[in-house]
Write a protein that binds this ligand. Sequence first.
Ligand code: ATP
Ligand code: MG
Length: 205
Amino acid sequence: MQAILVANPKGGCGKTTLATNLAGYFANQGNKVTLCDLDRQQSSLRWMAFRDPEMAPVTGYFAGNQVMFNPPQDVDQVVLDAPAGLQGYKLSDYLRRVDKVIVPVVPSIFDMAATEDFLNSLRQETRGRRQMLGIVAMRVDPRTRAAVMLEEFLRHFDIPIVSYLRNTQNYVNVAAAGLSVFDPPRAKFKRDHEQWDSLLQWLSD
Ligand SMILES: Nc1ncnc2c1ncn2[C@@H]1O[C@H](COP(=O)(O)OP(=O)(O)OP(=O)(O)O)[C@@H](O)[C@H]1O
Ligand SMILES: [Mg+2]
């Protein structure tokens, strides 16, 4: 079983988007996947409730009230969708129990400033296991000044950018239907799949 935490204290940076699309990817690969929604807003569970039963199945539950995280054992993948502001002993507990941490970061000065302390905490708490940390640059084209600004900011933390995901309504539209870009019809998401490749490769390393 592989457990993946998607976290960043900044609200609206794309945690639920990444978590639900990852769950959709694993489900379409034929894996048993559970979404653990840690957020009281329960956006991931709402997404699941919209999901067409004809699609590859994703199970999930609200895990935000557990004092210690108790991962389900009978699945291939667990994807944890963190709330904004996850920190302290709860963050430490999750970091001990998961295999990978994905931090979505939007390249804006507000988002980067709000993420700085969190990245420092992650580095301290994963000493000796830093390869478990990866950044996903959200809503950005890698050839832009915004991307360069993000890369410069991240250089201080020595955490790799594992993927760049563009700003596209595709993510907004699939979310509204309980779908992911990996559910059919897949052809129209070809460009997005290409952008996910490096993230999926990193997760399987
Ligand atoms: N790459 C993208 N392109 C366009 N829109 C996006 C992209 N990623 C996320 N969004 C949109 O941005 C909004 C915020 O994303 P999301 O809900 O995933 O963030 P979050 O980090 O989970 O927020 P919260 O902290 O409130 O839980 C959503 O409306 C989502 O559809
Ligand atoms: Mg969310």
